[in-house]
Design a binder for this molecule. Structure first.
Ligand code: GTP
Length: 596
């Protein structure tokens, strides 16, 4: 297809504003999916995606659309909607010339609308503003067209109105895409350069790589090279998705499609990397590539210690499909053998954990998640800490923690409540703008550790659900952090150590000590539960002694019953862990680590 007839675009929207539904309608409207084969969220292929109703992996579909008698090719590149996957969003955007900015006509602009719009503008995309769900009785198209027009600086009349549900306005939107999105421009005679914007592991076919060709072309059976690693592979298959994969004779300038090389690991075909011809290599890679950086770390342990090899195999398998997943073995005195795993964020953590449990039938326990700290000692050495147990004991000169630049959108009546919340989370207000007299955008710098776990829930509850929130990494800053240890009868329980801000150390210590006092059964002797910073104890509870005699219940009973009871007790012991001389049932660890 000549580049003049190609349009590459994506749909960007706040979560639940209807991106997937609109994509479905476009597939139907262009005839790519037959009516009878249509199923909701056609493009979200993973089970977990469909169940949770979110898009994790981006996909690209090719749709024909005729305008003025000539058939154009529209490549719709689907982008993931969650902040954990911002890097994938930005790569998908880089493969497009235009973006449909979709806003729910009953909700208006939300935090992710803004975050995605800024990303699209950084990539110089043409923005097509669209209000969705105009069929809703609660829709206020005039009001929000005004808001949207004000934001991107156009006339409210230029804001299209559609309904992904009824299909109203969708053909007009497709026309508008052809009209406004610039066609791709590239040098057809130059050495091939194609950007990888997604890479998915398929059990049967190995890694399927999604690319957008910028210069030159790629054809089947040719040898290609990855520019970041110089690794070469043979192109076993190349084609387009419409909406199922269809092999083709190659991809030229501006075209979007997939390729298969037989590699088995997505790390050999990394998002953001440039594909070139091995015979005629390009000299300069397309910009923007970097390795995805884990932001949140947690220990993962099998509840049944003998499942450790199973967990290792499951992680190895998942890695094939998830280039962002990093892990290394670790041991905990309390939890046994497991792995320290790095994640892009909490959603990523939940998804990985769920997939491990579901696909491999494992029961897992995860330790309190933490971010990565950089600890500088007095002697000048610097230690990267992703696990509280790595926290150095020497004299500390300074500690830095990752921070994020965040955007909060809310009705203006909640400004006070939001400021108060951000204050307790050590936030710094960077700016505030009114989108309209009743809606405000607030920008905060916040420590990642303060927002990654429960900030959004706290924000929602303080704003009756009306606030939306988005963030992106913004370097790191110094902070007054300490490591709090939890001790049972003087022995540290490694799984409970945490790095927290000095002002919050006491609260953490008291909370854990109280929990453990309730969870750990009485022993034959008194057990102090302490929280300490270094050698200084900051909180203490005591588990009082008890003399437990299982045989007491068998007063007068016969001997076989006694034996049974003793056996049962032995059985129970197996699930006990020893911390020093204290017996702790494994359930106590699990309960203490579960976030409530
Ligand atoms: P993510 O993929 O999770 O980012 O969400 P999304 O933006 O793709 O939203 P999705 O298409 O899943 O739609 C969210 C909800 O809005 C679903 O319950 C849809 O049925 C509903 N919805 C989408 N479009 C319309 C519309 O035009 N009208 C009405 N009434 N409901 C819609």
């Amino acid at each position: 297809t000549p580049p003049e007839l190609i349009r590459n675009f994506c749909i960007i929207a706040h979560i639940d504003h209807g991106k997937s539904t609109l994509a479905d309608r476009m597939l139907q409207e262009t005839g790519v999916v037959e009516q009878r084969l249509m199923r909701a969220q056609y493009l979200d292929r993973m089970d977990i995606e469909r169940e949770r109703g979110i898009t994790i992996k981006s996909q690209a579909v090719r749709m024909p659309w005729a305008v003025d008698g000539s058939t154009h090719i529209l490549n719709m590149i689907d982008t993931p909607g969650h902040v954990d996957f911002t890097y994938e969003v930005s790569r998908s955007l880089a493969a497009c010339e235009g973006a449909v900015l979709l806003v729910d006509a009953a909700q208006g602009i939300e935090a992710q609308t803004l975050a995605n719009l800024y990303l699209a503008m950084e990539n110089d995309l043409v923005i097509i503003p669209v209000l969705n769900k105009i069929d809703l009785p609660a829709a206020q198209p005039e009001k929000y067209a005004e808001e949207l027009a004000g934001l991107i600086g156009c006339d409210p009349a230029e804001v299209l109105q559609v309904s992904g549900k009824t299909g109203a306005g969708v053909p007009e939107l497709l026309d508008r895409i052809v009209e406004l999105v610039p066609h791709p421009v590239g040098d057809a005679d130059a050495p091939a350069r194609a950007m990888i914007f997604d890479s998915v592991y398929d059990t049967y076919r190995g890694v399927v790589t999604y690319v957008r060709v910028v210069d030159g072309g790629l054809s089947p059976r040719e040898k290609i090279a990855m520019m970041s690693t110089k690794a070469t592979h043979e192109l076993l298959e190349i084609g387009v998705i419409s909406p199922e994969p269809v092999p083709s004779q190659g991809l030229g300038v501006g075209e979007v499609g997939y390729l298969i090389t037989g590699v088995k690991d997505v790390r050999q075909s990394k998002v953001g990397d440039t594909v070139t011809g091995a015979g005629r290599m390009a000299t300069k890679a397309l910009g923007g590539y970097h390795d995805p950086r884990p932001m949140v770390f947690s220990g993962l342990y099998p509840i049944d210690g003998s499942d450790y090899p199973l967990l290792r195999d499951a992680l190895d398998r998942l890695k094939l499909n998830d280039a962002a997943l990093v892990y290394e073995p670790e041991t905990s005195a309390a939890l046994g053998f497991g792995f320290r795993v790095g994640f892009l964020g909490m959603l990523h953590l939940e998804i990985v954990r769920e997939r491990l449990e579901r696909e491999s039938g494992l029961d897992l326990i995860s330790t309190l998640p933490n971010v990565e700290y950089e600890v500088r000692l007095d002697d000048g050495t610097v230690v990267e800490v992703t696990n509280p147990s790595e926290f150095p004991s020497g004299r500390i000169a300074s500690i830095t923690e990752p921070v994020v630049r965040s955007t909060i959108l809310a009705p203006s009546e909640y400004i006070g409540a939001i400021m108060e919340l951000c204050q307790t989370r050590r936030g710094t207000l960077k700016g505030m703008d009114y989108l309209s007299p009743e809606r405000v955008e607030m920008r905060y710098t916040l420590p990642l550790a303060e927002i990654v776990f429960d900030f959004f829930d706290a924000l929602k509850s303080r704003t009756k659900g009306y606030a939306s929130f988005d963030y992106e990494p913004d370097g790191s800053q110094e902070a007054d952090l300490v490591k709090v240890d939890i001790l049972l009868q003087g022995d540290t329980v490694d799984a409970f150590s945490a790095i927290v801000h000095r002002d919050k150390a006491y609260a953490y210590g008291v909370q854990m000590a109280t929990k453990l006092k309730e969870l750990i059964p009485r022993q034959q002797f008194e057990v102090p539960v302490q929280a300490a910073i270094g050698a200084r104890v900051i909180a203490r509870e005591t588990i009082r002694a008890i003399r437990k005699d299982v045989l007491a219940k068998c007063y007068g009973g016969d001997i076989s019953r006694k034996r049974k009871l003793l056996e049962k007790q032995k059985e129970g012991k197996k699930r006990m862990k020893m911390v020093g001389s204290v017996e702790v049932p494994q359930e106590a660890f699990i309960a203490a680590l579960s976030q409530d």
